[in-house]
Design a protein around this ligand. Structure first.
Ligand code: GLN
Length: 228
């Protein structure tokens, strides 16, 4: 394969936010694992690069590739027109749905019921954008990450949290007293974000992804973390 230019020679530097299970999470031992990590690892191997993970807030991960500090951003990132204006995206490798988490017994039973309530989200996410568009910026509290948003819900500082469906499931599992509303909010495609100028990397990542989809590797990574 042709030499790829990366932020650090020989390495594929991945910006992520490891509070988004099962895509990326921090284990008790302090290591970062998940679907995005294994997928990035498989891509790095195909590209002959060593994967390096940089953990940061979600909005910082998006900026990191734009500023040329990371090669790829992988954090269950939804492809949107606004983001496509400032960064490039690989082909999609997964889908997500915005979900609403509420305490058991909440009077919120539908997305419409969020009107007039305090909604917790993660700063810079599509959940934040949808909720502030639909219910007004004053109704939405932006937390550093999913974990702090869920803690705020547990403490009664917000009435609901809007977050992608898979992390929602994981957070509800580990926080008794919370539940996910049946109603889902918006369907989205996840892709790998890259700097617009590195078209060679974009092509190489897409070629690697295609192989990982075709040979079943991607599906086996998903199956490892999401039990049917
Ligand atoms: N999919 C959502 C987004 O891209 C949330 C991602 C995340 O919080 N890691 O905005």
């Amino acid at each position: 394969a042709a030499e790829l230019t990366t932020v650090e020679a020989g390495k594929l530097t991945m910006a992520t936010n490891a509070t988004f299970p099962p895509y990326e999470m921090t284990t008790d031992a302090g290591t970062i694992e998940g679907i995005d990590v294994d997928t990035a690892q498989a891509i790095a191997e195909k590209l002959g690069l060593e994967l390096q993970i940089d953990d940061m807030d979600f909005d910082a991960a998006l900026l990191s590739v734009q500023q040329g500090k990371a090669d790829i951003a992988m954090a269950g990132i939804t492809v949107t027109d606004e983001r496509m204006a400032v960064m490039s995206f690989s082909d999609s490798y997964a889908t997500g749905i915005q979900s609403v988490i509420v305490p058991e017994g909440s009077d919120i039973t539908s997305v419409d019921d969020l009107a007039g309530k305090k909604i917790g989200t993660q700063r810079g996410t599509t959940g934040y954008l949808y909720c502030s568009d639909d219910f007004g910026e004053d109704a939405v509290v932006a937390y550093d990450n999913g974990l702090t948003a869920v803690q705020a819900l547990n403490n009664g500082q917000v009435d609901a949290v809007v977050i992608d469906n898979e992390p929602a499931k994981a957070y509800v599992e580990s926080n008794p007293g919370l539940k996910i509303l049946d109603t889902s909010y918006a369907e989205e495609d996840y892709a790998i974000g890259m700097n617009k100028s590195n078209t060679a990397l974009l092509e190489a990542v897409n070629a690697a992804l295609e192989e990982l989809k075709a040979d079943g590797t991607l599906q086996s990574i998903v199956d490892k973390y999401i039990k049917a």
